[in-house]
Ligand binder design. Sequence first.
Ligand SMILES: [Zn+2]
Ligand SMILES: [Zn+2]
Length: 333
Amino acid sequence: MPSRTMRAMQLDAPGTPLSLRDVPVPVPGPGQVRIRVTACGVCRTDLHVVDGDLERAKYPIIPGHEIVGTVERLGEGVAALSPGQRVGVPWLGRTCGACPYCAGGRENLCDAPGFTGYTLDGGYAEYAVADAAYVFPLPAALGDDVAVAPLLCAGLIGFRSLGMVRGARRLGLYGFGAAAHIICQVAAAEGAAVHAFTRPGDTAARQLALRLGAVWVGDSGTAPPAPLDAAIIFAPVGALVPEALARVVKGGAVVCAGIHMSDIPAFPYRLLWGERMVRSVANLTRADGEAFLRVAARVPLRTQVTPFPLDQANEALARLRDGRLTGAAVLVP
Ligand SMILES: [Zn+2]
Ligand SMILES: [Zn+2]
């Protein structure tokens, strides 16, 4: 049995560091499971939660929505999972099942959702509870727990973004962090020519991009050798929207993959003219997750991770913020 308390990194208010706390081990309610957390990825969205960039966050909150762990205890009525099973918990923690979006198969846009590590306590802790219906079983073929963690948001949201531009032969990725380093592999495996745009002088990210199948790397302000069919922006920088629009062909799309972005500067209409499109990607559906995990095992995807002990969460977040990470940070309780 677990002790009555667990260690957790808790955020009391936006704009403050996380604090290491002893808090009660959560008890799974009906339909929930308790998971012993073995790895939890650090996502850029966690920075937005910490900074108070997002509305509706609950404080105090235990962040973390790339949870890998072992089912330890079942709440009432849970039949689909069993103790000892390895599972992953993503950003989408629950949906209402009744709003027009849920009814129309677009649960990612639910009007009354719960999000792990944002409105529901997440995985920066030794244990987490999650709604069993939103948990993904993780086959052993996906890799070890630390390597798998970034797939649960960086990979999954990246995959949904890639789905918006399927068929693009010449694909640009702006910001080569956790999400892009995963989605580069999927796109390359599908035959796309991936062009990776990084911060000026980020040679580690460029080397990683080339190793993972990119055909071209360069600064985010530079022109690729030929126009792109589509671009996905993973960096939270609004100025990249007109920049990317200027690099895509007529009819091309620019997809904004993050939950938060700085303001998009005004730009001349001619950049959008020619049936170019700008769109965002919001959250995920469970069907996205199931499809992506099948692809991840098949490619197979390999993540580049930097593990941190749980109590070093602030350091991991600081390194993500400053661009001092290559690939993804993962907390190991
Ligand atoms: Zn709904
Ligand atoms: Zn995320």
